[in-house]
Design a protein around this ligand. Structure first.
Ligand SMILES: NC(=O)c1ccc[n+]([C@@H]2O[C@H](COP(=O)([O-])OP(=O)(O)OC[C@H]3O[C@@H](n4cnc5c(N)ncnc54)[C@H](OP(=O)(O)O)[C@@H]3O)[C@@H](O)[C@H]2O)c1
Length: 327
């Protein structure tokens, strides 16, 4: 049995992760940390997870190199904790954006801070098992994907070399914004409504481009739902490589055959199908003239888009079955 410390466990992603680890048949829940909620039981902060353990301030000295740790802090804050953990020999999944981009110059450009440990960007493995499973198994530092990038990438990766002019229309539930209340996520401002935000300027655009291997247009929208994320992605397609729908379907079935959490489906999926699960669904459709594809992909932003994905990565890092504790 190995211990997983959840650092930032009072946040939306961290609390979901603590709940998954608490129920996991192999891992033991280590420290669950919070500054503002230290001393409270997690169940009193997030009653839906029924985790009776008490939140505490981070005790770095009590974490040993045999342990695993998940860092669920906001970007820029996570890097300050990840570095010392990695230096100790702890194997870390960073749920924040702080180790996802390989180019250190991308951090001041897109996140507004100089990366304190560019050396770690060289060893960090992008935590998408559908692309990097073998590297995750060996990794000391895994950079869990962003929830929008993960949804978009799972939709497009099987055909990423045969598409161009990619446009991603993305919609997220409000829990994607974290637990801090703001006017943008106030119930009265989001309910019965939908709005695009950060058009041409969202931080997840360079992350998607990095892994897709091409530039793209990405527009996120906020939906008046709690959890769930959908990408409707459109692109021109190489007609010779993908001449018909049957070829497209076969491409997705082959790509995901060995990946238990991604389900290619034949009709556009709904958020409902994946909420509160670690599954993603993807549906590629070829236009009648064969010139374009529309791909619909859905997942739960707190599960496959964050905490569930982190557990899937810890399973791989610890040599456990990939689906353990997630079905
Ligand atoms: N929400 C999602 O769907 C989602 C999906 C994928 C990735 N992520 C990423 O996962 C990380 C956590 O997201 P979240 O939605 O769980 O955020 P959140 O609800 O805002 O929680 C963040 C946690 O980090 C702690 N924290 C430590 N230093 C902090 C600081 N300087 N400022 C603010 N909070 C600080 C918070 O406060 P206390 O210490 O006081 O408890 C809180 O417990 C972020 O990097 C986010 O981008 C989130």
């Amino acid at each position: 049995m190995s211990k997983i410390h959840v650092i930032g466990a009072a946040g939306f992603a961290g609390a979901q992760l603590a709940a998954l680890v608490n129920e996991h048949p192999y891992f033991e829940l280590g420290q669950i940390t919070s500054r503002s909620e230290a001393g409270k039981h997690l169940v009193d902060v997030t009653p839906e997870y029924r985790v009776g353990r008490r939140l505490s301030e981070l005790d770095m000295a009590a974490i040993t190199p045999d342990d695993f740790a998940a860092v669920c802090y906001p970007h820029a804050e996570a890097a300050a904790v990840v570095g010392p953990l990695v230096d100790k020999g702890v194997r870390v999944v960073d749920v924040s954006a702080d180790h996802r981009l390989r180019d250190p110059a991308a951090y001041p450009a897109h996140y507004g801070f100089e990366h304190p440990r560019p050396d770690l960007l060289e060893i960090a493995v992008y935590g998408l098992p559908e692309l990097y499973r073998d590297k995750i198994v060996e990794a000391q530092l895994v950079a869990n994907p962003g929830c929008y990038p993960e949804t978009a990438l799972l939709g497009l990766l099987p055909i990423c070399r045969e598409i161009s002019d990619v446009v991603i229309d993305a919609k997220s539930g409000v829990s994607g914004a974290g637990r801090t209340p703001t006017s943008a996520v106030h119930f009265s401002n989001i309910t019965d409504s939908i709005s695009p935000y950060k058009v041409f300027a969202h931080r997840h655009q360079p992350e998607i481009a990095q892994e897709l291997g091409q530039d793209l247009l990405f527009t996120p929208h906020l939906l008046p739902v709690d959890r769930g994320l959908m990408c409707s992605s459109y692109a021109r397609v190489d007609r010779e490589a993908i001449p018909d729908q049957a070829t497209l379907d076969a491409r997705y079935a082959d790509f995901y055959e060995e990946h238990p959490f991604v389900e290619p489906v034949l009709a556009p999926p709904t958020m409902r199908a994946v909420q509160h699960t670690n599954f993603a669904q993807v549906c590629p459709l070829l236009s009648p003239d064969g010139e374009r594809v529309a791909v619909f992909s859905v997942l739960d932003n707190l599960m496959k888009g964050a905490a569930g994905q982190a557990v899937q990565n810890f399973n791989l890092m610890a040599g456990r079955p990939e689906t353990e504790g997630l079905l």
